[in-house]
Design a protein around this ligand. Structure first.
Ligand SMILES: NC(=O)c1ccc[n+]([C@@H]2O[C@H](COP(=O)([O-])OP(=O)(O)OC[C@H]3O[C@@H](n4cnc5c(N)ncnc54)[C@H](OP(=O)(O)O)[C@@H]3O)[C@@H](O)[C@H]2O)c1
Length: 344
């Protein structure tokens, strides 16, 4: 298939939060498509989506003949079906954590390490949402001053857990405000409404960090190409519907002033600096939600360390944290002639 005819694109997980944004972005950004086919679970097969597309089930027959498949349907679906799409000829961009740390699989943020796409073998991984927004802001700092250590605390929105978690936050909140007992927690170990849970992700047996914290540590090193960066991470779920916020302390290898960091970030692709504390201007989840940029503010010297800065980084986890980056990767693959090409 030549790109002038447009590609045949599968969107797997098309009925979910990320998949819905993805379908909108493929249209909005004018990605050259000949046909988009939405896939979801058996439960949704036959359902008509806005715009008239009909959801397909995943079968050996329905997955044939695609140039590109973008997955946001969880790790087990990606584990089973991404290799089958590749075998059938498609390039896969996957939003789940299933393939991210495989040596053979590039883990790519479009503004940070697009060259990693060049040697792909069929599957390309989209990073975890918290990692994604952070490395977009850290890359320009790393290029100029190097990064020695990061101390990260996240304030993650419930949309990062899926649609059911958003419903749970809203139904618990409504019940409490009406003076009723809130519904029992299902998406989380405890009530999320009017609370903050130091437990984003899950604890593997014997590990004192959640998998979300491990992703931040490992994926950051892989994307920035420096396994020696020391990372401390605490991931917290907060009762925000959409948009992740992060407090990040960055110790650099060479001196870098807050003014220099601000200038670097003002020029960085995909970043908007909002940093006027006197004018109460700083990034906030409710303003980042629905937008594609990574917002950075509260840029200041760490009073406890001559060579460390504190940053506040906010972005829409469903957009840059997932769907926007996936579509941007598809655009880079198209520009570089890498759809339909792979290293054996
Ligand atoms: N939410 C975020 O901020 C975020 C950020 C980065 C990455 N991700 C990743 O993106 C994925 C989806 O997240 P989400 O928030 O969009 O979740 P979601 O709203 O719960 O949607 C899940 C989607 O997966 C589909 N699905 C579930 N089981 C399936 C199966 N066995 N076969 C085919 N399709 C199946 C669902 O179809 P049905 O409607 O038929 O059930 C739905 O379309 C996850 O892997 C998540 O880790 C999410």
């Amino acid at each position: 298939m030549t790109s002038s005819d447009g590609y045949r694109v599968a969107v797997v997980g098309a009925t979910g939060q990320v998949g819905t944004v993805m379908l909108g972005l493929l249209r909005e950004r004018g990605f050259p498509v000949r046909e988009i086919v939405p896939f979801a679970s058996e439960r949704s097969a036959g359902r008509e989506l806005d715009g008239g597309l009909v959801v397909q089930p995943l079968t050996d027959e329905t997955i044939r003949g695609f140039d590109l498949a973008i997955f946001s349907a969880g790790g087990s679906t990606s584990g089973e079906w991404a290799p089958r799409f590749v075998e059938a000829g498609a390039v896969v961009v996957d939003n789940s954590s299933k393939w991210r740390m495989n040596d053979d699989v590039p883990l790519v943020v479009s503004e940070v390490n697009p060259d990693a796409l060049d040697g792909h073998r069929g599957i390309i991984a989209n990073p975890n949402c918290s990692t994604m927004q952070m490395v977009v802001a850290l890359k320009p700092i790393q290029e100029v001053a190097g990064i020695e250590r990061l101390v990260i605390s996240t304030y993650q929105a419930v949309s990062g857990t899926g649609k059911k978690a958003v419903d749970e936050l809203l139904s618990q909140s409504r019940a409490i405000l009406a003076g009723d007992a809130p519904p029992e927690p299902r998406s989380y170990a405890h009530q999320i409404a009017f609370n903050a849970l130091p437990h984003a992700g899950s604890f593997a047996p014997g590990d004192d960090h959640t998998d979300e914290e491990r992703k931040l540590i490992n994926e950051t090193r892989k994307i920035l190409g420096d396994p020696s960066i020391r990372v401390s991470a605490t991931c917290v779920r907060v009762p925000v519907v959409n948009g992740h916020s992060e407090s990040v302390n960055v110790e650099t290898r060479a001196p870098l002033s807050p003014d220099e960091a601000r200038e670097l970030l003002r020029d960085a692709p995909g970043v908007t600096v909002l940093d006027d504390p006197d004018g109460t201007s700083y990034p906030m989840a409710i303003e980042a939600s629905g937008r594609d940029d990574v917002f950075v503010g509260r840029i200041r010297r760490d009073p406890g360390h001559d060579q460390a800065l504190d940053l506040w980084i906010v972005s829409d986890n469903l957009r840059k944290g997932a769907a926007t980056n996936a579509v941007q990767l598809a655009e880079v693959l198209h520009e570089r002639g890498l759809i339909g090409a792979r290293v054996a």
